[in-house]
Write a protein that binds this ligand. Sequence first.
Ligand SMILES: Cc1cc2nc3c(=O)[nH]c(=O)nc-3n(C[C@H](O)[C@H](O)[C@H](O)COP(=O)(O)OP(=O)(O)OC[C@H]3O[C@@H](n4cnc5c(N)ncnc54)[C@H](O)[C@@H]3O)c2cc1C
Length: 291
Amino acid sequence: MNPSPFAFHRATSVQDAISLVSTLDNAKIIAGGHSLLPVMKLRLAEPDHLVDITGIPGLRGVAERNGAIEIGALTTHRDLATSDLIGRAVPMLAESALAVGDNQVRNRGTIGGALAHADAAADYPAVMLAAEAVMIAESAKGRREIPAEEFFLGFLTTALGPEELLVGIRIDVPAAGTGSAYEKLANQASGYAIVGVAASVTVSGAGSLSAAKIGLTGATASAVRIPACEAALVGRTPSADVIAHAAAFAPEGLELLDDLHASTAYRGRVVRGLTARAITRAVASAQHKAR
Ligand SMILES: Cc1cc2nc3c(=O)[nH]c(=O)nc-3n(C[C@H](O)[C@H](O)[C@H](O)COP(=O)(O)OP(=O)(O)OC[C@H]3O[C@@H](n4cnc5c(N)ncnc54)[C@H](O)[C@@H]3O)c2cc1C
């Protein structure tokens, strides 16, 4: 099906985009278009105006500044998958970017679009939670920062207001001895996560875990952190038994989805398995860095 008719506007700056979105009636931002256009073709969204933000300078790229990694909203999945800085500092983000769709999707789709769309099966939300990332939004009212834990509110729903532009993401440079990993069971047709788990752990000088942050996507209506699993890791010396014990907590208390891709029972088993794998790889990477 074709989308309903719309007018197309190219924003030249963040302020221009904000002004267009807030003054035009029924306007929507478009970045890579890989989530918006399919929704428009299904007539689930019928904007009268599209505001293209891909020409705005300064919104694409990755940089380290003042102890933090700053990622522009227009940074593509491919940019993230191939960034040395991301690969070194936040490997779970590089791995999740490489796990998005296929080459065409990775070349065109942006992290800002993926986060703003907040598909329940999208990869990045799990990583943003495990990295304790901060989303930076701008609107006519100014700039505000939204921690990942307050950003993903539910199915296709975020804390962004209709006239707010996500301009970037900030992640603190992980502490020394931190390792991370992303594991995913992908839908074979779309590539989306049936279950995706991001794990970030920090190994102290004595060899025990001083921090553990686990994010889960695909398994519930919106990405979540798994505090019970994190608590079972912190203060312990990581071993196969400790990791298996912690991973066993992962699906507890969650309302796991039951759909044509996977039953609740199957998702629960996959959540446990992928959580154990992600933690195991994150620990190995942390121990390697701590040497
Ligand atoms: C075949 C296929 C396979 C895919 N597989 C995966 C997968 O395996 N894993 C996965 O996570 N994703 C997958 N995706 C989705 C892909 O990652 C999209 O690129 C992404 O979800 C949306 O990014 P975009 O730049 O294309 O956004 P768009 O489609 O342009 O926009 C998406 C939504 O976000 C809003 N928006 C965009 N940018 C901003 C901004 N800066 N500020 C505020 N709002 C904004 C738009 O208004 C729209 O509502 C797949 C998509 C396709 C088509």
